[in-house]
Structure formats: structure tokens, C-alpha cells
Write a protein that binds this ligand. Structure first.
Ligand code: ZN
Length: 75
């Protein structure tokens, strides 16, 4: 029997510290997204990650956001 995770909940292995990260899909924000893949920024401990979600809200890619903190306030 396959046990599915609760809807909207995603997880992946953190590329920085190798821990499993569980996070809730920001569905309200995703409804406003017009172009996919959509970058979702996740803060994990002292580092930031960018997850790219495709139009089916599947994880397309993850990336370590090294310069996110500096660029955030300008956007
Ligand atoms: Zn981490």
C-alpha cells in the first residue's frame, strides 16, 4: 500500500545541510503565479533555498540561494 503525504505538503533533502525539509505549498501565492516554473524561497536555519515549482505544483528544481538576502529588499 502506498501512503500519500497530506495534500499540499512537500519535502526534499536540503542541499546545504542534508536534512529533510517539510513545507506547506503556498497555494494562495501560487494562484497568482502566471509563469512556471515558479521560484519559492524557503528559509532553512541560516540558509535560503529556492524551489522551482512547475504548473502542476511539482518540484522541478532546487537551488541554494546564496545571494538572496542581499537582493531581497530591492525587489
Ligand atoms: Zn538546510
Amino acid at each position: 500500500m502506498v501512503i500519500l503525504m497530506s495534500e499540499g505538503l512537500k519535502w526534499f533533502q536540503c542541499p546545504v545541510c542534508k536534512e529533510s525539509i517539510h513545507w506547506k505549498l503556498p497555494e494562495d501565492d501560487l494562484k497568482k503565479v502566471k509563469r512556471f516554473p515558479a521560484p519559492i524561497v524557503i528559509r532553512h536555519k541560516d540558509h535560503y533555498l529556492i524551489c522551482y515549482l512547475d504548473s502542476h505544483y511539482q518540484l522541478a528544481d532546487t537551488e541554494i540561494a546564496t545571494s538572496f538576502v542581499e537582493g531581497k529588499s530591492k525587489e
